[in-house]
Design a protein around this ligand. Structure first.
Ligand code: SF4
Ligand code: SF4
Length: 73
């Protein structure tokens, strides 16, 4: 029997998540991101360019609301 384990065929991508419940729309993360991954939309930060993320964690450290999570597989 074949058992499907986790596939690693896809490129390893960082996963940035912004909790819009926590985000107060200060824009700090957008300003600090060196790769233009984040953008303000309707007074909330959103991820628009995840592929460009450098995993620098600047946004995570900058966000005083702990709204941003960076997961690296
Ligand atoms: S730094 Fe945090 S609170 Fe400010 S816009 Fe970004 S996610 Fe929202
Ligand atoms: S980890 Fe760095 S490159 Fe990625 S979204 Fe945050 S600030 Fe931008």
């Amino acid at each position: 029997m074949f058992v499907q384990h986790y596939s690693h065929e896809e490129a390893i991508m960082p996963k940035i998540t912004i909790d819009e419940e926590k985000c107060i729309g200060c824009g700090e993360c957008v300003d600090v991101c060196p790769a233009d991954v984040l953008e303000m939309q309707d007074d909330k930060a959103v991820v628009v360019n995840e592929d460009e993320c450098l995993e620098c964690e600047s946004c995570v450290e900058t966000c005083e609301q702990d709204a941003i999570t960076l997961e690296v597989d």
